[in-house]
Design a protein around this ligand. Structure first.
Ligand code: NAD
Length: 483
C-alpha cells in the first residue's frame, strides 16, 4: 500500500505544504540492494572515535578497513562508530556531550551511528555509565531519525571488543544501508564460535539449505528472495491455498515449494523429509572367482568370494530456518472467540515449538545452523485487541532465549526479529486510521519494507553472526510502542 505522505513530503511541489501543515516529514530512506559484498562499506565516509580507555578501537579499525570503509575526519559522515567501552566514571560521560556531539553534527542524511559499550563493566559506576550509553543511543536515534539516520548500540564483553573477527558482521550491518529501518536498538555480542568467512564467492549462503515458512508473500517472500540472492537453496513453505504464488516464487529462486499447513501434526516430519535426502541403502555385490590347480593330483579348486558394499546417501539437513508464518485474529479479550484465540496460538506458537521438536528429534538442523523466529513489537509492548497475538509473539521471544542455550553447544544460534509496522498484506488489512498511526509512530515517521526485515534476518543468518544468540532484534524504525 502506497505511503502518500512519504511521497508528498519528498516532492518539491508538495513538501512546503506538508511542512506548513505541521505534518510529519518522513525522508526517503537509502536502502542496500542485492547480495552481501566483501567490502560492504566501500566508499562510506566513516569516522571512528574512542573515548579514553576504549577496548574496541583497534579491532574496530581493523574490521572497518577490511570492510572497505573510507576513513574520514570531517563530514558529511555516512557512518560514525563511537567506542565507549572504556567509560568508568560520570565525568567520562562528558565525552558524549563534547567530542561525540561535534561528530554527530556532521552526519549525512541516512547516516548510521553505532555506539559500543562495555557488557562487563567493572564496578557500580562503570556499569551505570555503560547503561547511560543505552539511554543516550535511544534519545539520539529519535533526534537523527528526522534526517532518515539511525543510532544503535552494541554491548561488548572485553574479549569480543578486542577481536575484529567478532565485530565484522555487526559493523557490516549496522554501518551500512542494510539496517535502514533498525534504530534505537541495543544488541549484545558474545564470543563467536564456528565462524565462517562473511562472504564467499557466489554469496554468503552458498551451499546452505534454508527453510522459510509463510513464504508466499510479504516478509516471507522477501526473506526467501534475500537468502537465495546470496546463494541459499530455499525451501519455500506456505498453505496449500497459496500454492500458485508459492510455486512461482520457488521457480523464480530455483528453489523448492512445499504446500504445507504448519499446524498439521506431521508438519515437522514433512519438513525433515523435504530437507534431508532419503537415506538409501544401495547394496552392490561383487563376485570374485579364484581358481587354484594342484598339478600332482590334477585337482582344481574354485573359490568364490562375495563382497557386499553398502552406500548410504549423505543427508543435507537445514542450515537456516526462518519461522515466519504468522496470523492475526484481532478482537478485545472479552469478545474474542475460542477459534480466534486458538488459531493464533496454533500458527504463531504451537507450530513453531512442534516443528522445532520434530527437527531436533530427527537431527535435521546442521551444526552452526541459524534459526530466526518472527516475533513482533506487539509481543514487547502489547496491543489492545491483540491479547492472542501479543502473547504468541512474546512467547517466541522466550522461546529463542531458552532454545539458544539448549543449542549453543552445536554452534546453532536462535534469535527473533521483531518487526514494527511493515508494509505488507497483513498491515494493508488494518483500518485506515490505525494503519496511518502505525506508520507514523516511530522515529523515521514511516513504515518499513519487507526487505528491511529480510536484511535483518540475513544478518542473523550469516556465519559471522555466531556471537548473537537468544536475542530479539527489532526492525521497527524505533517504534514508540514498547520502546
Ligand atoms: P502476511 O500475512 O503477508 O504473510 C504471512 C504468510 O504466512 C502468508 O503467506 C500466509 O499464507 C502464511 N501462513 C499463515 N498461516 C500459515 C500456516 N498455518 N501454514 C503455513 N503458512 C501460513 O504477513 P507478513 O506481514 O509478511 O508477516 C510475516 C511475519 O511477520 C508474521 O509472523 C507476522 O506476525 C510478523 N510480523 C509482521 C508485521 C507487519 O507489520 N507486517 C509486524 C510484526 C510482525
Amino acid at each position: 500500500m502506497a505511503d502518500t505522505l512519504l511521497q508528498l513530503a519528498n516532492h518539491p511541489f508538495s513538501a512546503p505544504l506538508v511542512r506548513a501543515l505541521g505534518l510529519p516529514q518522513p525522508k526517503v530512506l537509502r536502502r542496500s540492494q542485492g547480495t552481501f559484498l566483501s567490502k560492504e562499506l566501500a566508499g562510506r565516509a566513516t569516522l571512528l572515535l574512542a573515548a579514553p580507555g576504549g577496548l574496541a578501537e583497534a579491532a574496530c579499525r581493523a574490521a572497518l578497513t577490511d570492510l572497505g570503509a573510507q576513513a574520514a575526519t570531517t563530514g558529511p559522515l555516512h557512518a560514525l562508530v563511537i567506542d565507549l567501552t572504556g567509560l568508568a566514571s560520570v565525568d567520562d560521560l562528558n565525552y558524549l556531550h563534547g567530542t561525540a556531539r561535534a561528530a554527530i553534527g556532521q552526519l549525512a542524511s541516512s547516516a548510521r551511528v553505532l555506539l559500543l559499550a562495555s557488557a562487563d563493566a567493572q564496578g557500580v559506576e562503570a556499569a551505570a555509565c555503560a547503561r547511560a550509553v543505552e539511554g543516550f543511543t535511544r534519545a539520539l536515534a529519535k533526534e537523527v531519525g528526522r534526517r532518515g539516520a539511525t543510532a544503535n548500540l552494541l554491548y561488548l564483553p572485553a574479549e569480543v571488543a578486542s577481536s575484529a573477527a567478532n565485530l565484522t558482521g555487526a559493523l557490516a550491518f549496522f554501518c551500512s544501508d542494510r539496517s535502514a529501518y533498525v534504530s534505537g536498538q541495543a544488541l549484545r555480542l558474545q564470543p563467536g564460535r564456528g565462524m565462517a568467512s562473511p562472504v564467499q564467492p557466489g554469496g554468503a549462503f552458498v551451499g546452505k539449505t534454508a527453510v522459510v515458512t509463510g513464504a508466499a508473500g510479504g516478509i516471507g517472500a522477501a526473506t526467501a528472495r534475500r537468502l537465495a540472492a546470496d546463494g541459499a537453496r530455499v525451501l519455500c513453505v506456505d498453505v496449500p491455498q497459496a500454492q500458485a504464488a508459492l510455486s512461482s516464487l520457488a521457480a523464480e529462486l530455483k528453489g523448492q515449494a512445499l504446500a504445507l499447513d504448519i499446524t498439521a501434526p506431521d508438519a515437522g516430519a514433512k519438513l525433515v523429509a523435504a530437507t534431508t535426502t532419503t537415506t538409501t541403502t544401495a547394496t552392490t555385490t561383487a563376485t570374485t572367482t579364484a581358481t587354484a590347480t594342484t598339478t600332482a593330483t590334477t585337482t582344481t579348486t574354485t573359490t568364490t568370494t562375495t563382497t557386499t558394499t553398502t552406500t548410504t546417501a549423505a543427508t543435507s539437513g537445514i542450515d537456516i530456518l526462518i519461522h515466519n508464518a504468522g496470523i492475526t485474529r484481532d478482537r478485545t479479550l472479552q469478545r474474542m472467540s475460542d477459534a480466534e484465540w486458538h488459531s493464533v496460538m496454533n500458527v504463531n506458537l504451537r507450530a513453531v515449538i512442534n516443528i522445532d521438536r520434530a527437527l531436533d528429534a530427527a537431527g535435521a538442523l546442521n551444526a552452526n545452523a541459524r534459526e530466526v523466529c518472527l516475533a513482533s513489537i506487539s509481543g514487547i509492548a502489547g496491543n489492545a485487541g491483540q491479547t492472542n497475538y501479543s502473547a504468541s509473539k512474546a512467547a517466541l521471544i522466550g522461546h529463542v532465549q531458552a532454545r539458544s542455550v539448549a543449542l549453543q553447544a552445536r554452534g546453532i544460534t536462535v534469535n527473533a526479529v521483531a518487526p514494527g509496522f511493515i508494509e505488507t498484506a497483513m498491515t494493508g488489512r488494518m483500518p485506515m486510521m490505525i494503519r496511518e498511526a502505525g506508520r507514523r509512530l516511530n522515529a523515521l515517521s514511516q513504515g518499513g519494507q519487507p526487505g528491511d526485515v529480510a536484511e535483518a534476518i540475513a544478518f542473523l543468518a550469516r556465519g559471522d553472526a555466531s556471537g548473537v544468540s537468544g536475542q530479539t532484534l527489532r526492525v521497527c524504525g524505533q517504534s514508540l510502542l514498547g520502546a
